[in-house]
Structure formats: C-alpha cells, structure tokens
Design a protein. Structure first.
Length: 458
C-alpha cells in the first residue's frame, strides 16, 4: 500500500484556477462527457467564490513554501496541486445548504489520502460556516469516490431533479447546529479524595468496583492496577454518579486500553515511535508543572512535521500516561496550545481533532485541568465545531483563550494559571520563534521539565 502524503489544504487563489479546470476536465472526460454545467463552473471559478462558494486545493505539504514563493503564471496548470474540490451555493440539486462538487485527484496521487483530506476539510469548513446539510450528485461508476463519501457520513437519498445527464446517485450529510464556544457552563470540580465523598458516593464506588471485578480478574496486572479508587471516582463523577453508566464507560476504556496495548508498555519504555523515526514529527512536549502540581503539556500544531492523526494521538497518550504517573504530579493535566502560525494546513486536520475529542473525555475522564489556547485564530473554529459533538460540558468548561503579545501571555500564565516564571518565559520565547522553525528548534526546556519527558524517547 502506498504511504499517505502529508497534505496541506489551501483556499482558492487565482493562480490555481487553471489547475481546478485541468484536474476536473481530466476525470470528467475520462469517464463521461463534459457537460455545459461543467464548462460554466470550470470557466470562471472566481464567480463561484463571489457567489459564496469555496474551492479547496490539496498540495504536498513540502511544496507549499515553493508555491507561495513562485506561483504559476495565470492560465498554467500547477503540477504541485494534487487535487481540488468545490463547495457550491446554492446546490445544483435545489436543496438546502451547500453542494460538494468538482472533486478530483490527479491520477499519480490517488490512493494516498488526498481525497480524504479534501473531503474532511470540506466538512470542517461547512460546519464552521453553520451549514446544516451537504449534498453530492455523483455517478455509481465512481466507486472509490462513493466509498469515501460514505466514510465521511454521507448517505444515499432519493434522486432529485437535475440537469446533469451523468448524475444517477444523490447523497446527503446532515450537519448538527453548532452553538457558540462560550455556551458551556462552569461545573464544580470533582472531589479531590475519597475522604470528601458522601456515604452514597462511597457506596457507588463499591458497587462499581464489584461490577468490574470479573473483568479485572482476567486483566493483566498493569491493567488491573489502573483501576484504582481514584479512577473509579473519576469515571463516576464524569457519569454523574450513575453506576451503570460508569460501568459501561470503564468497560469501554479497559477494552480500548487493551486494544492499543498501553498497559503492556513498561513505564521506562514509553516513547513516540514516529518522533524517534522522524524527529520533530509532533510539536508536543511537557514543560513542567503548575504551582498546583498539574503537569503542563505544551504544543504548537504549526511546528509539527506530521499531520497524521493516529500517530499524533498516540504521542499524546504516551505523554499523558507518563506525566500523570509521576510522583509529584497532580491528578489532572494542563494542555497549553500555541496557535502561532496556525494555517489552513492545521485547521483541516480533522482526523487529529476528532482523535483528541474521542479519546480524552471518554478514556481520561476528569483528567483535564485546563486547556489554555494562546491566540486561537478564527480558523480554529473549523476544528472546534467538528470536535464539539464529542466533547462533554465539563471539558468545554475547561477551555481558556489567551490573546495578546508574548509578554501579555507570559503575565497571564503566571498570574491566572499557576505557571512558574520560568515556564511562562519559555512559552513567550516559543511564541517568538520565526515562522518555519520546527519542533526540534524550540527553546531549551525549563529545568522542571526533565522528569516529564518520555523516557523511551520521542
């Protein structure tokens, strides 16, 4: 199987108009006959944009800097463009929302994740704009494309009237309404220790432990050790003290931990295989603890080399397992995300966003102290709206946005978020790093960060 490419998604630029036309004429003429509606759309993509539509382009991430420096002349097909798609409004089928159309990938790039990257970016963009439905008119001969659409959540619907002669299948994706980020209400913190539990809560802990006993008898020693009293309390708090819901959640978590083998890795060997193979693949690093003992994991999405979702989530999992197990660490961690140089490349990494949203609230309940987002741009709203359906109210209530220059952020981190002066200075220095520097170029870590680094490397 050909390895996926590191894909960057770019918005419309006039220099890419010829590529939009060439890529689409290529696949349409290969399978079908080019129709008048095709010619009208491809002849003037700027008019599509002016009407409220969008055109997205996929490019190998390593080629973006070259394109930005030397775009092709007007009318020239740029070979650095691997694929493209359009979001049209109103839909050609006369429905509501937007239509996903004119999606094509160059033959040499097929099978390498380009179509998926474009499709995920289109869904993220539609969610960010509050679109309630995406429509697709297609043809049953295009089996790989239909399989991709279905994997994104599209379902077949009755065929509406259309002027496209080749269209013989209609698919729709219903999108949920997206409330504002600030809608999450603040929730009380969970009990810090079992001493703070009421008699009814202590009884719930005992019942949960008893319900899990048959599973734990079959589990490995490390997996069984994971289910201590603190873990039982956390999952009960997350499930509002419902023993049945907590049993289901913990059962799912134990199965998930077994599936990824997290409890079979000796603590001294925790590592990121991807970063060991390619240093700087992920820009995610512990930088110390707050004054309350919360381990602080800092990340800068734009500085990581990899856009692969599973490996990025695996890096976070290994990091969390390590930092939360250290003797001086509090039970909850602080995630600090620096959005410096955040772009379309990061905003359309839907698989990473969903990976975090599915894993952290469900398998690490009540482990998150705070997410400090430094200068989140409007583009981040695309990812936030994709993640929202997967996040619980308590997780949403822990999101904090800081806006300002490095010195402003430094002061806020020390005054409001428990950072040591050394940690806050480090974050400010990292914010000042020039565009283009990668994860391996971050400033020397604060002294207190050493014990929190992955012992196996990466």
């Amino acid at each position: 199987m050909t390895a996926p490419l590191p894909i960057s998604i770019l918005p419309f630029h006039p220099s890419l108009s010829a590529s939009f036309r060439a890529i689409n004429l290529g696949w349409i003429s290969h399978f079908f006959t080019v129709e008048p509606h095709d010619e009208a759309t491809l002849a003037d993509p700027a008019a599509l944009i002016a009407a409220g539509g969008h055109i997205l382009f996929a490019m190998d991430a390593s080629a973006v800097a070259s394109w930005e420096a030397t775009p092709c002349a007007a009318g020239e097909d740029d070979p650095r463009v691997l694929g493209c798609l359009a979001l049209l409004t109103p839909p050609a089928a006369g429905g509501v929302g937007m239509e996903l159309a004119k999606m094509g990938v160059r033959e040499a790039a097929r099978g390498r994740g380009v179509g998926r990257a474009l499709g995920e970016a289109a869904v993220a963009l539609a969610l960010a704009q509050g679109v309630l439905r995406l429509d697709i008119l297609s043809n049953r001969r295009l089996e790989p494309a239909l399989a991709l659409y279905r994997s994104l959540g599209f379902v077949e619907a009755p065929m509406p009237p259309t002027d496209y002669a080749r269209a013989d299948i209609y698919l729709v994706l219903e999108l949920p309404p997206q409330p504002l980020l600030s809608s999450a209400a603040a929730l009380p913190p969970p009990p810090a220790t079992s001493d703070a539990l009421t008699p009814a809560q202590l009884e719930a802990v005992s019942r949960l432990r008893a319900s899990l006993a048959p599973q734990l008898q079959l589990a490995s020693p490390r997996a069984a050790a994971y289910v201590d009293e603190a873990a039982l309390v956390r999952v009960l708090v997350a499930r509002e003290w419902s023993v049945a819901a907590a049993t289901s959640a913990m059962t799912a978590t134990l199965a998930w931990r077994a599936s990824i083998g997290v409890d079979e890795v000796p603590p001294s060997q925790r590592r990121c295989e991807t970063c060991l193979a390619v240093p700087g693949s992920h820009c995610i690093v512990p930088i110390g603890r707050t004054r309350g003992g919360h381990p602080v994991v800092w990340g800068c999405p734009a500085r990581g080399r990899s856009s692969d979702g599973p490996s990025t989530v695996a890096h976070i999992i290994a990091t969390l397992e390590h930092v939360l197990s250290q003797p001086l660490s509090a039970a909850q961690w602080c995630w600090t995300v620096d959005f410096s140089h955040f772009s379309w490349r990061e905003a359309t990494q839907v698989s990473i966003a969903l990976g975090f949203a599915r894993v952290l609230p469900h398998h690490y309940p009540e482990r998150l102290y705070r997410i400090v987002m430094i200068n989140p741009p409007s583009l981040f709203g695309m990812l936030m709206k994709v993640m929202r359906p997967w996040l619980d109210a308590r997780t949403l209530s822990n999101l904090v946005a800081l806006h300002g220059a490095p010195d402003d952020v430094q002061r806020a981190l020390t005054a409001d978020h428990g950072f040591s002066e050394e940690m806050a200075v480090w974050v400010a220095e990292a914010m000042r790093m020039p565009t283009g520097l990668r994860a391996e170029s971050v400033p020397p870590l604060p002294a207190g960060a050493a014990p929190l680094q992955l012992p196996g490397g990466g």
